[in-house]
Every structure is written in structure tokens, then in C-alpha cells.
Design a protein around this ligand. Structure first.
Ligand code: ZN
Length: 191
């Protein structure tokens, strides 16, 4: 199994763990930001990190992998490749998480839900609901990075490659703002 230190080194060396002053999707500020795309753009890194997840769920009779787009697509593909099962993704249309492109889930199918990074786990929960609505079974949730440091629980078997707490603050309490030296950036298109 990949150790936490080895996994963290891969993220840091790939430039995925950024230091600075960031405004998160939630509106909160943070002094660190995890940009998983910087790791996932290297297929060999993705292969090594995902092996940790694939091993975790190898004996669980997983029949299909599904992820929320866009962040989870590469993770889904690689988990599916390593478990030798189909890998699909759900995407948002008018705010709702749906399956498009002829992707389907069947009643009683054992589904592994995967994602690159979770903070509150909102997108994963939406995909879990979509799976359950089709009568399929969420056999587990696997993520590369759990930014909640284990606080977010999905009520099913859960696996992660890296669990860490990335501190964030309400803008009025942000110590980086108070220091006033580092300009605030909104990660996304630029990063
Ligand atoms: Zn700030």
C-alpha cells in the first residue's frame, strides 16, 4: 500500500498543493489549495495513486464506477481500468446531476462512486442519490483527497488516498487578508 508520505510527495512534487491566498467555491479563504488536475495530468502518477483505491475495493464485487464530472472523470476511468469494469460519469445539467451519453445504471448493480477531491462531499452525495434512484447499490466511495480530514462520512465503505485538513476561514477572519501581503486568487481557470 502507498503510504501517506509517498502519496503527499506525489501531490507536492507535481505542484498540486499550492500555497498562497485562495478564495474557495464556498466563498471561504484558505492559505492552501489542492489542484488535483496537476497530478492527474501525469498518467503514471494517476496509475500509482488510483492503485491504492482499486486495491481497497478489489474484493467488493464492484460492477461499475461512476464519478461526478469533471474532476472525477479521470479517476473513474483509471479505477475502472484497474478493476476491469466499466467507468462512467454523471454531469450537471440545469443544476441537476444526471447521466447522459447513453450511460446507464441497473437495479442491484454494485457501484463504486469516486471523486478527485472532497470538501463537503456534496457532488458525491448527489451521485449516490442518482445511483440509488435507479435501484443500484452504492458499494463504496473512493476519493483521492479528503480535504475534510475524515469529517465527511457517506454511510458506506469509504476509501481515500490522502486525508488532510486544509484550513479555511470566513473572509472576515482570514489571517492572510489581515496580513495583507498576498493577493487573493480564485483558483479555477488560471490554475
Ligand atoms: Zn483572505
Amino acid at each position: 500500500m502507498l503510504s501517506r508520505e509517498e502519496a503527499l510527495r506525489i501531490f507536492v512534487d507535481a505542484g498540486a498543493l499550492l500555497s498562497g491566498h485562495f478564495v474557495l467555491t464556498s466563498g471561504r479563504h484558505s492559505d492552501h489549495y489542492m489542484q488535483c488536475a496537476q497530478v492527474l495530468k501525469h498518467p503514471p502518477h494517476t496509475e500509482v495513486l488510483v492503485r491504492h483505491l482499486a486495491d481497497e475495493f478489489r474484493d467488493d464485487g464492484i460492477e461499475i464506477v461512476v464519478a461526478p464530472a469533471i474532476g472525477g472523470i479521470i479517476v473513474s476511468y483509471e479505477v475502472g481500468r484497474q478493476l476491469r469494469v466499466p467507468a462512467i460519469f454523471a454531469e450537471r445539467e440545469n443544476g441537476l446531476m444526471i447521466l447522459r451519453r447513453g450511460f446507464e445504471l441497473h437495479p442491484n448493480q454494485r457501484v463504486l462512486v469516486v471523486e478527485d477531491v472532497i470538501t463537503t462531499g456534496g457532488s458525491v452525495r448527489e451521485v449516490m442519490q442518482l445511483v440509488e434512484e435507479r435501484g443500484a447499490e452504492v458499494a463504496g466511495v473512493g476519493v483521492l483527497v479528503d480535504r475534510s480530514n475524515g469529517a465527511v462520512r457517506f454511510g458506506v465503505k469509504q476509501g481515500q488516498v490522502l486525508s488532510m485538513e486544509i484550513r479555511s476561514w470566513d473572509p472576515v477572519d482570514c489571517p492572510v487578508c489581515k496580513e495583507g501581503r498576498i493577493p487573493l486568487v480564485k483558483p479555477g481557470s488560471r490554475f
